[in-house]
Design a protein around this ligand. Structure first.
Ligand code: HXC
Length: 510
């Protein structure tokens, strides 16, 4: 018996070594942890249960039958994060560059199917070069099966992709179909085809970082929702993210003990909005002062900075915050900001997370650059996303809510449940200058007349009261009581139930 046990332990040891000590050393030298070390950090201590550690590939092409490594380049299983079950797979770059073979795909498919059955989140830790080239179409078939499951699981269980090394081909397409993509700075890259192929096909010489580093995907392309300094920080932040997320679309948001009174008053908010309407202020301050313990997990912080999105909690329950940021481009809505916020709003709605929206928006960004880039369709995505929501929507207009952007930003008209305004709110078709120049065009040469008209417009329209008189705003509230009013609203809306008409699916303006 002892022999049998020893043999099992020996086989396990062999599998745990993956591609071997020299490749593990090379991995460490690059500043990266191994697939198993990452799992240790991601999950609660001792909670990991591994599947399929003895699976090997079945390829006989290009001499592959001579190099079989137990586990075949991916470590799969389940465990817990602060006591809540999650499934995960972690690509092992030390084994054929983490590339995906037919059997490697089957291991991932198994945990995808089990995560769906158990209705638990699934996390992929990627460090892999795509389809295993030696396997050809068998690997492509494997990817197809993974992709299909990504789509079937979308909106049912949260799917998180963490890019922790050079990733290409299927190892970027599968993440692209999940809910969130995070990267590690300076060691992770995402591209459909790597720099060598780019050079061969287009003659373009580009480094991996320039083509698909975190610096590109968190700022220019918006593909990634955030980046962290190293593997350790990244995985600890992923644990923090999981704490905000529901296990599935029917579980409701997680509830954690809160030590921050829901009716906490914050007097400093009464002076947050400057007297000069053209002066910026940091909307993040409002989010931090409303969220429990100022704990805010921001998404896409370096992309489309004119809008902020992220998770926080109110009275211990997760909420999604969306806020125009007056510090960047005066908080205007452009194509990137609209897409960023639309995707976030849809995630929240799919998973039953209430949305709190802070509005200070001068409108949509005018100009050929935006129009040629399809602002109409991109802006429509955000309008569509809010209009489609059945989760509680609480909106607070802090200052400007101009034009179509007023409608878009979770207004009463598109489904806002409770719409509040601060006394500093200005709800109108546009700002005074633009309005007067259009409706009193003939007076433009007369400075005094224009000044009088502007004052008249400001007095009548640049306040929350025209909207409040119509019931478009439920109440004009004191800034210092914002957290209390939001907490009460969310508590009241906890069992909100609305139904949309039956249909196969909607036709979001993609
Ligand atoms: C088999 C692979 C591999 C792959 C890497 N390796 N990618 N083996 N299939 N796809 C192996 C290497 O041969 C090497 O083995 C080891 O992994 C480490 O790779 P290096 O190239 O030494 O590492 P690095 O310089 O860091 O470069 C990493 C890389 C690069 C950027 C990922 O390896 C690369 O460009 N790989 C090919 C990427 C690719 O084109 N994949 C196919 C995509 S098509 P040794 O034994 O020498 O250490 C695809 C289709 C899916 O995925 C469908 C999409 C819709």
């Amino acid at each position: 018996m002892k022999d049998i046990l020893d043999r099992l332990e020996k086989r396990r040891e062999e599998a745990r070594l993956g591609g071997g000590t020299s490749r593990i050393e090379a991995q460490h030298k690059r500043g990266k942890l191994t697939a198993r070390e990452r799992i240790e950090l991601m999950l609660d201590k001792g909670s990991f249960e591994e599947f399929d550690m003895f699976v090997e590939h079945r390829s006989n092409e290009f001499g592959m039958e001579k190099s079989k490594i137990p586990g075949d380049g991916v470590v799969t299983g389940w465990g817990t994060v602060n006591g809540r079950a999650v499934y995960l797979f972690s690509k092992d770059f030390t084994v054929f560059g983490g590339s995906l073979s037919e059997t490697h795909a089957q291991k991932i498919i198994k945990v995808q199917d089990m995560a769906m059955k158990a209705r638990c989140p699934i996390i992929g830790l990627f460090d892999a070069g795509g389809a295993r080239i030696q396997e050809g179409v068998a690997a492509l078939g494997g990817y197809g099966e993974v992709f299909k499951r990504n789509v079937v699981a979308s909106g049912v269980i949260p799917q998180i992709s963490v890019i922790m090394g050079p990733c290409a081909g299927g190892d970027v397409y599968s993440p692209a179909m999940t809910d969130f993509i995070f990267m590690v700075r300076d060691t992770s890259y995402m591209f459909v085809t790597g720099p060598d192929v780019v050079k061969t096909v287009t003659n373009e010489v580009v480094t991996a970082e320039e083509l698909g580093g975190a610096s590109v995907h968190t700022t220019k392309s918006g593909v990634s929702d955030g980046a962290f300094e190293n593997d350790v920080e990244c995985l600890l932040q992923m644990r923090r993210l999981i704490d905000f997320l529901p296990s599935n679309n029917e579980s409701g948001v997680p509830e954690w003990p809160a030590y921050d009174e829901p009716d906490r008053i914050d007097e400093s908010l009464d002076t947050l909005v400057p007297d000069n309407p053209n002066k910026p202020y940091d909307i993040k301050e409002l989010i931090l002062k409303v969220a429990d313990e100022g704990d805010f997990f921001e998404l896409s912080a370096a992309y489309a900075k004119n809008i902020m999105t992220g998770f926080g909690r109110v009275a211990g329950r997760t909420v999604g915050f969306v806020a125009n940021q007056p510090m960047v481009l005066a908080g205007v809505l452009d194509s990137d900001a609209s897409r960023k916020a639309a995707r976030f709003v849809r995630f929240c709605d799919a998973f039953g997370i209430p949305i709190v929206t802070f509005v200070d928006v001068p409108g949509f960004l005018p100009g050929t650059d935006q129009e040629y880039g399809g602002l109409i369709k991109h802006g429509a995505k955000l309008l569509f996303a809010y209009s489609q929501c059945t989760v509680p929507l609480v909106t607070v207009i802090t200052r400007k809510a101009f034009g179509g952007a007023y409608d878009v930003m979770a207004s009463k008209h598109v489904g806002g449940d409770l719409n509040y305004a601060w006394p500093t709110a200005q709800i109108a078709v546009m700002g005074a200058k633009g309005a007067v120049e259009i409706i009193f065009r003939t007076d433009i040469g007369d400075k005094d007349k224009i000044a009088a008209r502007t004052k008249e417009y400001e007095d009548r329209f640049l306040s929350p009261f025209v909207a409040a008189e119509r019931g478009y705003i439920d109440d004009v509230i004191m800034p210092h009581s914002t957290r209390r009013r939001i907490a009460r609203a969310l508590a009241m809306l906890k069992n909100k139930h609305v139904e949309m008409p039956a249909r196969k699916h909607d036709n979001l303006p993609l």
